[in-house]
Design a protein around this ligand. Structure first.
Ligand code: 5GP
Length: 124
């Protein structure tokens, strides 16, 4: 199924510099910034710079370089924010929401990195 990307979504505006953000990390193909309504003491969103709607769109359409950059950037964010186990942190949860059932609000693929407190056992 082809995905239609809406370039008026809020993260597209952040990428164009039309809306400010608190950046954690910027790489060639990715941007990580603090969520405006943090659910946990550490709540960072990692997004690709390319126009991808959701996880599947990114996985299917992004280049290998974009996927590698995004994966490495996400790991780096965990280290930079102090939640990476083995690097002094106590752990984190990484999740992505997709579509209506996933309650995805912003139609630009993003990974939530949540940590800074015990999160409990919750998958849904
Ligand atoms: P979703 O429900 O799409 O997985 O998550 C979207 C996330 O984007 C939410 O956690 C929401 O707080 C965050 N968000 C929405 N608008 C903005 C914004 O303008 N700036 C930042 N930094 N985060 C935003």
């Amino acid at each position: 199924m082809p995905y239609a990307y809406d370039d008026q979504n809020i993260f597209a505006k952040i990428l164009r510099g039309e809306i400010p953000n608190k950046t954690v990390l910027e790489t060639e193909h990715s941007l990580a910034f603090y969520d405006i309504e943090p659910q946990t003491p550490v709540h960072v969103l990692v997004i690709p710079k390319g126009p991808y709607v959701c996880y599947d769109h990114f996985a299917q359409a992004a280049t290998d370089a974009e996927i590698l950059d995004f994966t490495r950037a996400s790991g780096e964010v965990c280290r930079l924010t102090g939640v990476q186990p083995g690097e002094g942190g106590e752990g984190f949860r990484a999740i992505t929401n997709a579509g209506e059932h996933g309650v995805q609000e912003v139609p630009h693929y993003h990974l939530h990195i949540l940590g800074g407190r015990a999160l409990g056992r919750m998958l849904a």
